[in-house]
Design a protein around this ligand. Structure first.
Ligand SMILES: Nc1nc2c([nH]c(=O)n2[C@H]2C[C@H](O)[C@@H](COP(=O)(O)OP(=O)(O)OP(=O)(O)O)O2)c(=O)[nH]1
Length: 118
């Protein structure tokens, strides 16, 4: 999710091997939802914000078990994010993103995320 040329990163609280690493807020698509609906719901559940979901970003990242991770550009429309399920959030510019310790699965998106912030 972006606002004013910055990207929101959220720090995972669990599981132990990912705790402390940074990810893009989001979550799983539930039955009957489109990916955009799921992302809007997750951003509200996790951060209490309203967001507008735009185009896909980057490649699909396959996860063990057959699911795939897919990223979308979302724009913060209303609300000030509060980390309800993460241990912290922060807005980063390109330098901040490059310096962040991301979860491994998100690293493939780095060039695409940097392009968003350029
Ligand atoms: N939301 C999100 N999940 C990611 C990212 N990168 C990444 O590997 N994942 C993984 C972690 C989870 O296995 C899966 C979806 O995460 P989630 O937030 O819906 O679920 P979770 O694992 O935190 O919680 P649970 O309901 O499975 O216990 O994708 C990312 O950038 N954002």
């Amino acid at each position: 999710m972006v606002r004013d040329g910055r990207l929101l990163l959220a720090r995972r609280s669990h599981p132990a091997e990912l705790a402390g690493l940074w990810e893009l807020p989001g979550g799983k698509v539930e039955p009957g939802e489109t990916p955009a609906q799921a992302l809007r719901r997750e951003l509200h559940e996790e951060l209490r914000v309203q967001a507008e979901v735009g185009p896909r970003i980057g490649v699909d990242v396959p996860l063990p078990g057959g699911k795939v991770l897919r990223a979308y550009r979302a724009e913060l429309i209303a609300g000030e994010p509060v980390p309800l399920v993460h241990t912290a959030i922060r807005w980063v510019d390109a330098d901040g993103l490059l310096a962040a310790e991301l979860v491994d699965n998100d690293r493939a998106w780095l060039p695409d995320l940097l392009a968003l912030l350029a």
